[in-house]
Design a protein around this ligand. Sequence first.
Ligand code: GTP
Length: 249
Amino acid sequence: MNTLYICTTFNRTMQYKRILLKLSGEALMGDRDYGIDPKRLKEYAQEIKTVVDKGIEVAIVIGGGNIFRGVSGAANGMDRVQGDHMGMLATCINGLALQSALEDEGVYTRMQTALEIKEVAEPYIKRKAIRHLEKGRVVIFGAGTGNPYFTTDTAAVLRAIEIDADAILKGTRVDGIYTSDPEKDKDAIKFESITFKDVIEKGLKVMDMTAFTLSEENKLPIIVFDMNKNGNLLKLVSGEQIGTIVDYK
Ligand code: GTP
């Protein structure tokens, strides 16, 4: 039955040269109800260091949901644009925390933001970001796309396309894409790989539609994997069958 769902012929032995890692803000909470868990932050920094040490170029987009979510602000009566601006600033807070944790591990980093806060971080400049990556620095992109109504998933896809990343790696707490929610349905079956078309036809949720379509149109593969499992990130970039890959083939 499992093989029924293996829809693509993408070569998973591929080794990645440049990746865009998308992390959720909530993941940084660890076991907390909000904010940043220093232990989780350190673990993530250590995981990222293992791939940097392999010579893989790493760019990161991180969400801000552990601090503030624009959508939930709007649901509580707040102006949506105002809420989204707060969310963008939340991603900068997470980005700075991650930058600090990475530097503690001896990883060279640069942070660039889509909203200008020059005293805090460099403004986003595509060419400069690519140069940093070529020099082996991890580049953290803060403030999403810099526009309200867009998610950090969309920011991640946009930046990945701009820097010509080989794939977008979406680190989550589940180990891939399933036929239904594996946390609610014990019969859920995991896809090893699936096409963009099948994700839409089967009504599966990988990213919001804006992000997903942008990725599809630009033939950027998305890999959903469990970032909380030690060693997973390194295995994935080394070509092991980790998580689920969404590809166009
Ligand atoms: P190369 O010289 O090209 O290798 O890159 P570099 O990033 O080392 O050079 P640059 O002189 O641009 O930056 C030196 C330091 O200043 C780095 O830590 C940058 O992140 C930081 N920096 C550069 N521009 C800005 C800025 O506009 N705002 C802030 N806050 N920091 C900046």
